[in-house]
Ligand binder design. Structure first.
Ligand code: ATP
Ligand code: MG
Length: 391
């Protein structure tokens, strides 16, 4: 029954002079999200966006796709009435109610907006007179202006728009309005959630995964690709860099105290990710770290990891409990993939008793044992990066 949607946005409305940048970006992100589903036409209209749907489009699939476009605050399937003449308007709204609600035993309220200030009825008159019309046509309906079960909104412009369904959108800001960041994406639960959260603030994403064949399987890599695909449902096309980390890991394993292994490894991961980030024009790194979750995420460990980075490191989950992270992972559909049992490269090389309070000076001293070969190895890792495009 719906051939169009009205899309409302919240936060981008606050952007003052730059508002059109955000509106255009939102329009483009919506268009990109809907392109695979058919020939939808997205246009800007005073303070909101309007989507015209092709014939035979799939309603559920469309709403689902819109539900993943950051920047949308609500999705309203709408019926467009070509004439705003009062008789046509009442008839049209009545027909809408008739079709939409076969059982009309509910309380309702009419809300209205009008763009044309010369329209023969004021806004309160439109509401009152439309309410009266509906009551007469459908005596089983009852008015409740305070807490109605159904809110029927009528927007009167050259054409008129009727809707009563308001589906919450994902909120946030349109991807691409806030620079680009490099996500360190592992196969775990946390990093996909971290990527989702930063993307939700309008940041474009690129991702890096460190793998260590043959210690980590091809299947572990495919799992990360699958997670990247799931993030890309929100971000649109995304590059995933796969870095072969085996030689570096083995070298650290040979040269450095085993209890420091994880920290030193993580420092190299950050350094390499940062190089790739700079090449990609990223303004920051993103990780799934959370204080105290594991030995490598105590305040001391985070400080030691952070020390090697020049770019800001964004850690959106820093104060989240695991159960709250899991909740988001389930919501964005990454959880089931994340819990598939494939080793990521950290779990193979973990020491029995990793340091939980690494001293940066001590770590730096241990790293000096890597001086002979490490720069070459980092270079080799960067030169052999595999790039996968997802989404
Ligand atoms: P996750 O669930 O995201 O894997 P985790 O709880 O397993 O996190 P760690 O293994 O300590 O924690 O990793 C902390 C963060 O470092 C991850 O959230 C991720 O951003 C990054 N990271 C860890 N391993 C890798 C990897 N193999 N490739 C890319 N990034 C990684
Ligand atoms: Mg992990």
């Amino acid at each position: 029954m719906f051939k169009a949607f009205l899309i409302k946005y919240a936060e981008i409305g606050l952007k003052g002079k730059n508002r059109f940048v955000f509106e255009n970006a939102l329009r483009d992100r919506i268009q990109e999200a809907l392109n695979p589903l058919g020939e939808f036409l997205v246009s800007k209209e005073q303070g909101r966006l309007f989507i015209e749907c092709p014939k035979n489009y799939d309603y559920e699939e469309t709403v689902e796709a819109l539900g993943r476009v950051f920047g949308i605050s609500s999705i309203c399937p709408v019926v467009v009435l070509d004439s705003s003449q009062w008789e046509d308007l009442t008839q049209g709204v009545g027909d809408y109610v008739e079709k939409m609600y076969p059982d009309r035993h509910f309380t309702f309220k009419v809300e209205s907006k009008r763009a044309d200030k010369n329209y023969p009825r004021t806004t309160p008159e439109i509401c009152a007179d439309m309410g009266a019309y509906l009551l007469k046509r459908f005596p089983e309906m009852k008015v409740d202006v305070h807490n109605p079960e159904v809110r029927i909104t009528v927007e009167v412009r050259t054409k008129s728009y009727v809707y009563s369904i308001v589906i919450p959108g994902p909120g946030g800001m349109p991807v691409g309005t806030n620079g680009k960041a490099m996500l360190l994406l592992s196969g775990g639960i946390d990093s996909p959630v971290a990527g989702y959260m930063i993307a939700k603030r309008g940041v474009s994403m690129v991702a890096t995964y460190f793998h260590a064949p043959p210690y980590t399987s091809e299947r572990a890599k495919l799992k990360v690709v699958e997670l990247a695909e799931k993030i890309a449902k929100y971000t649109g096309k995304m590059k995933l860099f796969v870095v072969n980390f085996t030689d570096i890991q083995l070298y650290i394993y040979d040269q450095c105290p085993h209890e420091e292994l994880t920290i030193i490894m993580r420092r190299y991961m950050m350094k390499i990710a940062e190089k790739l980030a700079e090449e990609e024009g990223c303004l920051g790194l993103v990780t799934g770290e959370s204080i105290g979750q594991v030995a490598s995420q105590t305040m001391h460990s985070l400080a030691a990891t952070n020390e090697v980075c020049n770019l800001p490191v964004y850690r959106p989950l820093i104060a989240f409990d695991k159960k709250d992270i899991v909740e988001i992972a389930e919501k964005i559909d990454t959880f089931e993939t994340s819990i598939q049992p494939f080793e990521d490269c950290c779990t193979i090389f973990v020491a029995k008793h990793p340091v939980t309070k690494p001293n940066i000076k001590t770590i730096q001293k241990s790293e000096r044992k890597l001086e002979e070969k490490i720069d070459k190895m980092v270079e080799a890792a960067l030169n052999t990066v595999e790039t996968i495009v997802v989404g």
